[in-house]
Design a protein around this ligand. Structure first.
Ligand code: F6P
Length: 345
């Protein structure tokens, strides 16, 4: 078979491990040929391809990013986009497509499958907010990077008796903040799922200083204060939207630090981890998960299991309908958040 592969959306450690596993198993077990589509859905949309074979995947297992490039191109926001994709897939002689991406990329894959494109999906996102799978690869790496940063911040916060507010990624879901916050011993964790009360946050700060310790606060970029629930202005860095209608987030860490300093008189600084969380080599767990997703995805192509997404359930990799994986976001539950709350203040 001739199989196309693309990676879309924000990059994520482990993408290359998936590509490698797909190609290695495809060539060895099925005698497949591959076509790499460049830069997410832009590749099939504009006919941008690159060679993809054993030579291209050699040595990429530990490398972050994606050798195929990525973009947030949405073919459904472009007139005639779907027809263009179908025509370009046919021109490249592609029998099936493997799309590796998050809610947006796999949302496009779901719709294309409904329109007759033979596609299987592999879930990725450092945010870990895709339903249908217990974990997405990239998340473990992001959490490890964030918790290592928190460990480092503890000693400097203590030395200077400061509040350090660590802003981590997480647009709609607070998984990174929650896991890194618990792993790093944060004193407050603020997530998008639970609008925070700034007065309560300041009380935690005061209590913490009473015990002569400094404060490490972890906040998801998408967290909002209760009073600003209808005024997302507090979290927006710019009003700019991408092709999927998402605004660019950022700035909540700085806003919080300023507010805490003004209200409590304690010195507060913000640290924004940003894209550091997405770059560099994947953890062993993410390489393991990404590899197994890749092996299963090429298997699904050969079983004719189109319209499915690979998913981790317990320790097994299973195939679920793409629509199930992208139907709704997986969010932190109040019970899971309550576990972190035990350590607040
Ligand atoms: O979806 C993954 C993610 O890293 C989010 O956590 C974040 O809001 C977004 O991507 C940032 O995207 P970009 O790199 O395009 O600014």
């Amino acid at each position: 078979m001739r199989v196309g592969v693309l990676t879309g959306g924000g990059d994520c450690p482990g993408l290359n491990a998936v590509i490698r596993a797909v190609v290695r198993k495809g060539v060895k077990e099925y005698g497949d040929e591959f076509v790499g589509f460049r830069d997410g859905w832009k590749g099939p949309l504009e006919g941008l391809t690159m060679p993809l074979g054993i030579d291209q995947v050699r040595g990429i297992l530990p490398r972050g990013g994606t050798i195929l490039g990525s973009s947030r191109t949405n073919p459904f926001s472009i007139e005639g986009g779907v027809e263009q994709i179908k025509a370009n897939l046919a021109a490249a002689g592609v029998d099936a497509l493997i799309a590796i991406g998050g809610e947006d990329t796999l949302g496009v894959a779901t719709k294309l499958h409904d329109l007759g494109v033979k596609v299987v999906g592999v879930p990725k996102t450092i945010d870990n907010d895709l339903s249908g799978t217990d974990f997405t690869f990239g998340f473990d790496t992001a959490v490890n990077i964030a918790s290592e940063a928190i460990d480092r911040l503890h000693t400097t916060a203590e030395s200077h008796h400061r509040v350090l507010v660590v802003e981590v990624m997480g647009r709609h879901a607070g998984w990174i903040a929650l896991h890194a916050g618990i792993a790093g011993g944060a004193n407050v964790v603020l997530i998008p799922e639970r609008p925070f009360d700034i007065e309560e946050v300041c009380r935690y700060v005061e209590t913490r200083f009473e015990t002569k310790y400094a404060v490490i606060m972890v906040v998801s970029e998408g967290a909002v204060p209760i009073e600003a629930e209808d005024d997302s202005g507090m979290t927006l860095l710019t009003g700019e939207k991408d092709a999927f209608g998402h605004v660019r987030l950022g700035g909540i860490g700085e806003r919080l630090a300023n507010e805490i300093e003004a209200r409590t008189g304690k010195e507060a600084r913000a640290v924004v981890l940003g894209h550091i969380q997405r770059g560099g080599t994947p953890t062993a767990f993410d390489r393991w998960l990404a590899t197994r997703f890749g092996l299963q995805a090429i298997g699904a192509v050969h079983d004719g299991d189109f319209g499915t997404m690979m998913a981790l359930r317990g320790t097994s990799i299973v195939r679920v309908p793409l629509s199930e994986g992208t139907a709704e976001l997986k969010l932190v539950s109040p019970e899971e958040y309550a576990e972190a709350e035990v350590f607040f203040g």
